[in-house]
Design a protein around this ligand. Structure first.
Ligand code: PLP
Length: 467
């Protein structure tokens, strides 16, 4: 055995303890660490011929790079939609690395991590108040891949409706996809699936100032299709203003028309955990497929998302992702194997971080995080509304504040955001909503306190007075 490797094996306990203790120090300081760095990495290290072993590698990483790690898991990283990592999620994730199972089967061919993944999926169905006897699911790397997986099954379904097997024969005729304000990742998924992103037919929203689909407009577009099957991508929370398509109205249309109903609820699905907001998702249990992210509001480490697809579509799903040319035989749920159910073959035991955090904090733990973050976003929204310098671009519907500078300052928007982010106290992202440039703050982190919101309010005023 290589000498460095041999030494590290002898020294395993110390190496892992040192690594962990460095990680713990980092987490203890997370609230104060900057949310951005103003440096870049200019000199790239070459591959060493002889390795230096774990101890000196840790030291080298720490001195070169640890200071470049931004507090994206911290309480004031409000850019994109960025979750943190709960203590139990970190525990599960570390153990997933250590156990290093290749999560595929659910029934005793070697390891059983697939069965634990299915147990985790069932816990998630309970968390989201979806019927467990109706949906199956699995873990993928992010909502982009979840959308890809769901829309892949949709493609197989529509092929069958039109008389071809899309997985085997490819796409034999143009496929209709309808959506109002799909997330960019759904458009990417449609492109990756060969359906052609420019084939998406956009449905109007109920008003130019809204991102919610106009269901009457949808219905008249459906009528023009003369009964042809189609795929509907609906939003269970848009990223800019967290607007929802009317799930109940779409559920009604589903009774009359032949379409695959996909819901991208990457973070908006968590609205079911708020008594005040759960009505936004009423009817979603009738969807064919649902995307939800783990690394956002569930606060598990990257890369984690899951999909829910209806059990009745399991055969279509296996036709889409089957890892062999063998003809499919028998009950699709017999000898269930994730390998035939989603894009990846070899897979990390991703479900473990989620299993840990769900067991550790339960449904009420997540209700508390979600309702707290929503209240904090409302507070920030009210603050924005009360100032002369800023104005809301949309009402604060859930956990995201979409705002801009008032008219007299609007040409300073880019500078404002650069300075704000550069100071490292808070991170927000630029956006354009309803043709106006703005800024978006999305609150989905379990660590965020009301004091954090107060600190950010002060920071916004300080920065506006600086520029
Ligand atoms: C974040 C997000 C995605 C993409 O998720 P990734 O985890 O980055 O792949 C898709 N849809 C919505 C609504 C999102 O918020």
């Amino acid at each position: 055995m290589n000498q460095a490797l041999h030494n590290d094996l002898q020294n395993l306990e110390q190496l892992l303890q040192n690594t962990l203790s460095q990680g713990v120090d980092y987490l203890q300081q997370l609230n104060e660490l900057p949310t951005s760095v103003n440096q870049s990495i200019t000199d790239q290290l070459p591959l060493p011929l002889t390795g230096s072993g774990g101890t000196s590698t840790l030291a080298e990483f720490t001195s070169r790079y640890e200071k470049l790690m931004v507090a994206s898991a911290g309480p004031r990283y409000w850019g994109f939609v960025t979750g943190g990592t709960t203590p139990a999620a970190i525990m599960g994730d570390i153990l997933a690395t250590i156990y290093d199972q290749n999560t595929q089967t659910a029934k005793g061919h070697g390891d059983l991590s697939g069965a634990i993944e299915l147990e985790t999926i069932n816990m998630l169905l309970e968390l989201f108040e979806l019927p467990s006897n109706t949906f199956l699911g699995g873990f993928v790397t992010g909502a982009t891949m979840s959308n890809f997986t769901c829309l892949g099954v949709a493609r197989q379904w529509i092929g069958k409706e039109l008389g071809f097997d899309a997985a085997k024969e490819g796409i034999q005729q143009p496929i209709k996809v309808l959506a109002a304000v799909p997330h960019s990742s759904s458009i990417k998924a449609i492109a990756m699936l060969g359906l052609g992103s420019s084939n998406i037919s956009f449905v109007n929203t109920i008003d130019p100032s809204r991102e919610s689909m106009d269901v009457a407009a949808l219905e008249s577009q459906i009528e023009q299709l003369n009964g042809a099957p189609f795929i509907l991508i609906s939003s269970g929370g848009t990223v800019n203003t967290v607007d929802y398509d009317d799930m109940q109205a779409i559920a009604q249309l589903k009774k009359k028309h032949n379409f695959w109903w996909h819901i991208d609820a990457a973070f908006g699905g968590f609205a079911v955990l708020s008594e005040q907001h759960k009505h936004l998702l009423k009817g979603w249990e009738l969807a064919d497929s649902i995307t939800i992210d783990g690394h956002k509001w569930l606060n598990v480490p990257y890369e984690s998302a899951f999909f829910f697809t209806r059990k009745e579509h399991a055969k279509l799903q296996i036709e889409t992702f089957q890892n062999s040319n063998a003809p499919y035989l028998g009950d699709p749920l017999e000898n269930f194997n994730f390998l035939n159910f989603l894009p990846e073959n070899s897979r990390r035991f991703k479900a473990l971080a989620t299993w840990f955090t769900l067991k550790a904090y339960g449904k009420s733990g997540y209700e508390e995080i979600v309702t707290r973050n929503i209240a904090q976003a409302q507070r920030l929204g009210n603050f924005i509304d009360s100032t002369d310098e800023f104005r809301l671009l949309a009402p604060t519907r859930l956990n995201t504040v979409c705002f801009t500078l008032n008219e007299t300052l609007s040409d300073k928007l880019d500078t404002f955001l650069d300075v704000l982010n550069g100071r490292g106290k808070v991170f927000m992202t630029p956006t354009v909503f309803n043709k106006t440039k703005g800024i978006r703050a999305a609150l989905v982190n379990w660590r965020t306190t009301d004091e954090d919101v107060e600190l950010v309010e002060k920071e916004l005023l300080e920065v506006i007075n600086l520029i």
